[in-house]
Every structure is written in structure tokens, then in C-alpha cells.
Ligand binder design. Structure first.
Ligand code: PLP
Length: 437
């Protein structure tokens, strides 16, 4: 890992940032209470370093992209090579884009054709636009606790206060009420609510969009029967089923959650782990729907983006996929993820702390509440947020980083080792005991 000389402290850089960047950060959830002076200067594998010379083992993983670890050397090399040989022309197509599209169609069950974007939000935006274009209908359905990006139709009901659950809870002002009115919000894992909604509004529903595992509130594991109900009801009503696999895609399996569950949506949105941290998103699915995008002459759903298919990003994705296919990445992260969950589970039992340790594969999260693994957002309302955030703040004293924000999941990467897991378990024990003391 290379980091320049420490000429300025984190506090001074962060202060400069606050003068010229609103809130001092470039994305909503990067400003973390208690961590106002966090200035990252270098990342490598499972670690990052700050301007104040501190080194952390990272279990936050930038909200999920670096499945191989930060700055994977093969991905970094491929990215740099494409930058020097290709730059970005923005006309025609490059062979890398074709190769990436071929691999995505081969790997992901629902994907017959695919388009690249620069972010996951653009992918989910276009999924809803093309669903409305295809059906001529107005309504979309989303689920409480799911996040699909920053655009208006889905900017509601992610982490809602208890009194806001059941109604519309926008995450932003400035959204037209008629846009919010066109989004129906249902409880996740509630098949009966889905059936009732389709009975009442089925002919007006353009799309159902869902995180098959709502990881934006940690990990709500889906009932298989819930996913099949979504498939059946949308098929019956002629609505489009969109799996937002921006987190679950590639991280949980090369074919995403749809491969693991055997439920095939009409459209799939992807991002994050495809390119190990390079800015990428993708929308793919049924050819007849994808052919409605204006990339095909005369087609009705406008689709564009100056940086779509940027050669460096495509090279990063191809290098990432090569490694995911050729090396035991999933075996490694699943094994360490299971070790973390089992270790934390016995730790909390030993300490007598009511806790539910859950997740899947490389993703783990502990909710501080009694009972079984939560399945609905309502279940999460029992979580002790003060302890959830408090122990993560204490973890920082042990050089361990899990994002100290309520309900945020943590990630294992291919760069983490058994020793990192040992240190996490020891540090967690000390951190929890310190909060409870
Ligand atoms: N969908 C899901 C499930 C996400 O978790 C996110 C981002 O966290 C998005 C969409 C939006 O992706 P992006 O931040 O790349 O726009």
C-alpha cells in the first residue's frame, strides 16, 4: 500500500471539505456521526489507511463493491491498461463491451440482452421506465426496507421510523406527489399483501421491483414462497418483475440470487461487485423488453449515458469476472462469512446478550434483539440501535471498521483471512463489553 507523506491531518482536510462540499462528503451516507474527520488516503486488500496514519481492517467494503478486496492488482492493471490504450471514445462499441455482455447473458438466468450504465440507480431508473413503456401502465410496487437508488419513483420507505411504516415515507423532499402516489409500498416477505394488491390494482401495475435479499437494512432473507408469489402475480397481471441484484449479483453467486432461488425475473439490475469498485451498473433481461430501449433504431424507451461502457470500467468488470470464475472466491468468502456468523453467535450467547446474527455468504449483520432471524422490516424495529451503532464505534479503537450506522450490513472479501476473522471476533467481544459496562 502506498500513501503519501502525512502533510495534513484528517481534521484539516475534512474542514476544507466542509467549506466547499455540502456536508463535506459526496454521497448521502458517507457522513457518519463521530467520524467527521475520516479522510482515507490508501486502500489495499482488506485494509485502508487514513490521513491521520491509522490503519483499519475493513468490513464495510464501500457498501459492497470490492468483493475481491480493495485495489485488486489484476483489476487495477486491467483498468490502467484500458485507460492508456482506449481512453473513452463514446461512439460505436468496443470488443470489451461485447465480451462483457456475452458473459452477463451467459451467467445470469434472466439476462438475454444487457445494457451498461455507470451506476445502479441508473439501472433501476431504466428498469422502471422500460416497464412503463412496455405495459403503458403507471404504478410500480416496492417494498419497505429496499433501496434502489436516488431517483424519485423509488426514493421512499427505506429505513423508516416506526410511525412511518405503512404510509409513504419519502427519503427526500422535492419529489412530485404524483410520482410518489404512483409507487405502492408493501411489506417485504408478505405474500398475502402482494396478492391483495394485485387483486385491487393488477391491471395498473407496470412493475414490481425488489431486492431479493433486502441488504440495505442488513439482511432480510426472503421466503422462497414470497419470491414465487411475486413471479406468479406479475406473470398473471402482465406486470414486469424486476430483481434489483445490485448487491446480491456476483456477491452471492455468479448468477445472482435468481440462480440460488430458481426464480427468474423479467429484468435484472446490477452494479457494485461486477467491477470490484469501478463505477458500473447494468440492466438486463428479456430480449423483447430490452429491445424497447432506444439503442435500437426507432425503439421507444430513451436510454443514454456519456460514460456507459467506459473501457476502463469494462476492463475492471472483465478482470473481476475472470477471477470470480477461475479462483475459489465464493468458496473463500462463504467459508469466512459462516465463521464470522457462527463466532458472533456463540459470543453473544456466552455474553448473555440478546442478539440475532444473520446474513448470507459474505454478508453478516447482528441485530440486537431477541428471537429468530428477522423476515420483515417490522421485525427490525425491535433492534437496539444504540448498541448496534455503539459497539461499531468502539470497534474503531481495535482497528476494525464496520460502518457505525444503524442496520448497515458488513462484508467479507476475498482479501480477508482467518486471522482477520479472529481479530474481528476478539475486537467485537471487547467492544460490546465496553458499551454494556
Ligand atoms: N440498488 C441497490 C440494491 C443498492 O444497494 C444500490 C446502492 O446502494 C442501488 C441500487 C443504487 O446504486 P448506485 O449507488 O450505484 O446508484
Amino acid at each position: 500500500m502506498s500513501s503519501g507523506p502525512d502533510l495534513t491531518s484528517g481534521a484539516r482536510i475534512a474542514e476544507r471539505a466542509r467549506k466547499v462540499v455540502p456536508g463535506g462528503v459526496n454521497s448521502g451516507q458517507r457522513s457518519v456521526p463521530g467520524l467527521a474527520d475520516l479522510v482515507v488516503t490508501a486502500t489495499s486488500g482488506a485494509r485502508f489507511r487514513t490521513a491521520d496514519g491509522r490503519e483499519f481492517t475493513d468490513f464495510h467494503s464501500a457498501f459492497g463493491p470490492p468483493l475481491l478486496g480493495h485495489n485488486d492488482p489484476d483489476v487495477a492493471r486491467a483498468t490502467a491498461e484500458a485507460g492508456t490504450t482506449l481512453g473513452h471514445m463514446g461512439v460505436g462499441v468496443t470488443e470489451g463491451e461485447v465480451e462483457l455482455a456475452e458473459q452477463l447473458t451467459e451467467l445470469i438466468p434472466s439476462v438475454e440482452k444487457v445494457l451498461l450504465t455507470s451506476t445502479g440507480s441508473e439501472a433501476t431508473f431504466h428498469a422502471l421506465r422500460v416497464s412503463r413503456a412496455a405495459t403503458g401502465r403507471r404504478l410500480v410496487v416496492k417494498f419497505q426496507g429496499c433501496y434502489h437508488g436516488w431517483h424519485d419513483s423509488v426514493s421512499l420507505n427505506v429505513i423508516s421510523a416506526p410511525e412511518k411504516v405503512g404510509g409513504h415515507d419519502p427519503i427526500s423532499t422535492g419529489i412530485l406527489p404524483e410520482v410518489l402516489d404512483a409507487t405502492l409500498v408493501l411489506p417485504f416477505n408478505d405474500s398475502e399483501a402482494v396478492r391483495r394488491t394485485f387483486a385491487a390494482h393488477g391491471q395498473d401495475i407496470a412493475a414490481v421491483i425488489v431486492e431479493p435479499v433486502p441488504h440495505n437494512v442488513g439482511a432480510l432473507l426472503p421466503y422462497q414462497e414470497f419470491l414465487t408469489t411475486l413471479r406468479e402475480e406479475t406473470a398473471k397481471a402482465g406486470s414486469v418483475l424486476v430483481f434489483d441484484e445490485v448487491i446480491t449479483g456476483f456477491r452471492h453467486a455468479l448468477g445472482g440470487w435468481q440462480q440460488l432461488s430458481g426464480v427468474t425475473p423479467d429484468l435484472t439490475t446490477l452494479g457494485k461487485a461486477i467491477a470490484n469498485g469501478a463505477p458500473v451498473g447494468a440492466i438486463g433481461g428479456r430480449a423483447d423488453l430490452m429491445d424497447l430501449f432506444s439503442t435500437r433504431p426507432g425503439a421507444p424507451a430513451f436510454f443514454a449515458g456519456t460514460y456507459n461502457g467506459h473501457p476502463s470500467v469494462v476492463a475492471a468488470a472483465l478482470a473481476t469476472l475472470r477471477k470470480l470464475r477461475e479462483e475459489p472466491v465464493h468458496e473463500h468468502v462463504y467459508r469466512l462469512g459462516a465463521r464470522v456468523r457462527a463466532g458472533l453467535d456463540s459470543l453473544y450467547t456466552r455474553l448473555g446478550v440478546p442478539a440475532v446474527v444473520t446474513g448470507h455468504g459474505s454478508v453478516f449483520v447482528t441485530y440486537f434483539m431477541p428471537g429468530d432471524a428477522p423476515r420483515t422490516y417490522d421485525d427490525l424495529l425491535a433492534n437496539d440501535a444504540a448498541l448496534f451503532v455503539g459497539y461499531r464505534r468502539r470497534l474503531l479503537d481495535h482497528g476494525l471498521f464496520e460502518l457505525p450506522l444503524n442496520l448497515k450490513r458488513s462484508h467479507i472479501s476475498y482479501a480477508h483471512t482467518d486471522a482477520d476473522v479472529d481479530r474481528l471476533l476478539e475486537g467485537t467481544e471487547a467492544a460490546v463489553q465496553a458499551v454494556l459496562a
